[in-house]
Design a protein around this ligand. Structure first.
Ligand code: ADP
Ligand code: ASP
Ligand code: MG
Length: 585
């Protein structure tokens, strides 16, 4: 007999028939003797429909009232599922987030869970009830001490389920949905996507945040941090689905369930070289040619970053181990001699990274890193961000000083600080899954001063407004006045607020201006084996070039490579990349 938390998503409870089918499924699990906590979403498209109702009345409805409205969706499903269970003779009781005691922060519409009280649920389980809990909602204590209904953000029922599993120390958390599990990409977009029987929480965290909507990224973050056994399965079949694995197992602290320490390691990798190519042509195949040649020569490239700049030419920057610099330089020179452009190569660099599942969705973390380094007078040569890691390339002589400052800033212990750790991902697949994120916008800030603190100031201004940046790229080229460009991608919805947040900074930087890029989408490949496999990025770039797709921006981190392409090319790009790694076979 096990204690299981099972979550059923919107489509799985989309009609009376579906609710009855879920009830049958729950009844048979109950017959096996399991103790069950069932989390449900709102029926079908209810949350969208409720949002439309509010928007028909106001373009800017108060967040508190939106939460009051949206929370009703899940309340309908819990009651109906409990009624259906009673009909089958199963003792069941429904509870809203506040009845359970899912305590959250007060930020309406995107509240993080601080605590899940378990007493009421445990009592009911002991009495033999199946407890049916409303997903996506919680309750906060406002400053006046009165309880308020909050919601966790779209897709948040997954997070409710994993939070309950954590608090109850459940044996497993099963997410039942309308696909057989986690597939190599969205099966609605690529017909030959294949089921992954298992993958690591780190990989899933990247995929989920890069557009694979099958799991709420915060649910994966919780599962990773607390070692919850998480499965994704079809609510239509009895197939085993996908199991997510995680190594760490943190115990529940006092910081708040979803707020625990966001950073759990800092790492310094010395002996790095940076090669920056500027003014290369902005056309399909350029990145593919360059990185294929490097890969054929056995050069293992680490970070790659590219953005388009004024005059429609590209800057491409990448890092290699210092010993590979002569080989890499020769290859770059020969590529540049054919297509034009300039090279700046620099050895004596180090890569300083922070890691932790809590970096995601907390823009203040990257800002703190950049700010800490800039206060020590350390200039950032290159920045690479991902959901679980932020890396900066800095001068080697400043590495130890930077590392200590960052360790202090994030209150890390000695054992969480590593210098030149061994390679990761040996024996893992180079690419496990591909995600497409159509909700990104590309923005450039032209003419920012080239001095320590610029990136920090930009990220801090955006972080203070609650805006996360994805790729952030500094141009290689300098203007005559010594200024540079910084390009980044962010969520489309945040674009307007980003403009407001940056205005005070722009006023301080004479000549700097914000420019919107064309409509884009982002395609990303994720795999734990990527750092240990040379040529992964080159294969992805070649696949896009063969599909005649131009890459507007490239950003990599340890286990992912993302390319920004024109919106119209998104689906073709997704298929091309999925095919090139033979994921459908
Ligand atoms: P639920 O209502 O059950 O929470 P969601 O719509 O939130 O369901 O998530 C399931 C959907 O996620 C699938 O229907 C599928 O279209 C989409 N999806 C995107 N990427 C993937 C992927 N890599 N694997 C499986 N499904 C994916
Ligand atoms: N009903 C909410 C939504 O549609 C939460 C969820 O389904 O996870 O976003
Ligand atoms: Mg969902």
């Amino acid at each position: 007999m096990a204690l299981l938390v099972q979550k059923f998503g919107g489509t799985s409870v989309g009609s009376v028939k579906r609710i009855q089918a879920v009830a049958k499924r729950v009844a048979s699990s109950r017959e096996l003797g399991h103790e069950l906590v069932i989390v449900v979403s709102a029926m079908g498209h209810t949350t969208d429909e409720l949002t439309c109702l509010a928007e028909a009345i106001s373009s800017n409805p108060p967040q508190r009232e939106m939460d009051m409205l949206l929370a009703t969706g899940e309340q309908v499903s819990i009651a109906l599922l409990s009624i259906a269970l009673h009909e089958l003779g199963v003792q069941a009781i429904s509870m809203t987030g506040s009845q359970v005691g899912i305590v959250t922060e007060s930020s309406h519409g995107r509240a993080r869970i601080l605590e899940v009280k378990t007493e009421r649920i445990k009592n009911r389980l002991e009495e033999g009830y199946v407890v049916v809990v409303a997903g996506f909602q919680g309750t906060s204590l406002s400053s006046g001490g009165t309880a308020e209904i909050t919601t966790l953000g779209r897709g948040g029922s997954d997070t409710s389920a994993v939070a309950l599993a954590t608090a109850l120390s459940a044996d497993a958390c099963e997410i039942y949905t309308d696909v057989p599990g986690v597939l190599t990409t969205d099966p609605r977009k690529v017909a030959d996507a294949k089921l992954m029987p298992s993958l690591s929480c780190d990989e899933m965290l990247e995929l989920a945040s890069l557009g694979a909507a099958v799991l709420h990224p915060r649910a994966v973050e919780l599962a990773r941090n607390y070692g919850v056994k998480l499965k994704v399965r079809s609510s239509w079949t009895n197939d085993p689905g996908t199991t997510l694995t995680s190594e760490s197992k943190r115990s529940l602290g006092r910081d708040g369930l979803e707020l625990g320490r966001p950073v759990d390691g800092v790492e310094l990798v010395e002996g790095q070289a940076v090669l920056g190519l500027s003014h290369v042509p902005d056309q399909p195949g350029v990145a593919a040619d360059l990185f294929e040649k490097l890969s054929n020569a056995g050069v293992n490239v680490d970070l790659i970053i590219q953005a388009t700049h004024e005059g429609n030419s590209n800057d491409i920057t990448f890092t290699v181990n210092e010993e590979e610099l002569p080989k890499a330089r020769t290859i770059c020179m020969s590529v540049l001699s054919q297509m034009g452009g300039e090279l700046l190569a620099q050895s004596g660099m180090s890569k300083l990274s922070i890691s932790g599942a809590g970096i995601m969705g907390r823009p203040g973390i990257a800002a703190t890193l950049f700010d800490t380094l800039s206060r020590k007078g350390i200039n950032l040569r290159l920045i690479a961000t991902s959901e679980v890691k932020v890396s900066c390339v800095i001068d080697k002589s400043l590495g130890p000083k930077g590392m200590r400052a960052v360790g202090d800033a994030f209150e890390l212990d000695e054992h969480q600080i590593q210098v030149n750790p061994g390679a990761n991902g040996i024996g893992e697949p180079e690419v496990r899954g591909i995600a497409l994120d159509p909700d990104q916008a590309q923005v450039s800030v032209r003419g920012v001063p080239d001095k320590p603190g610029t990136a920090a100031a930009l990220c801090t201004a955006l972080a203070d407004a609650g805006i996360s940046l994805d790729a952030i790229v500094q141009s290689e080229r300098q203007q005559k006045d010594g200024s540079r460009d910084i390009s980044f991608t962010l969520k489309k919805n945040d674009r307007q607020n980003a403009g407001k947040a940056l205005a005070p900074l722009l006023a301080k930087w004479p000549g700097a201006q914000v420019e919107d890029g064309p409509e884009i989408t982002r395609v990303s490949a994720v795999g734990a084996g990527m750092p240990a496999t040379p040529g992964t990025a080159a294969r992805m770039f070649r696949a896009l070039a063969q599909a005649k797709i131009n890459i507007a921006m490239i950003a990599t981190s340890e286990i992912r490579t993302s390319c920004v392409v024109a919106k119209k090319d998104g689906l073709v790009a997704l298929k091309a990349v999925h095919d090139c790694f033979k994921l459908g076979e």
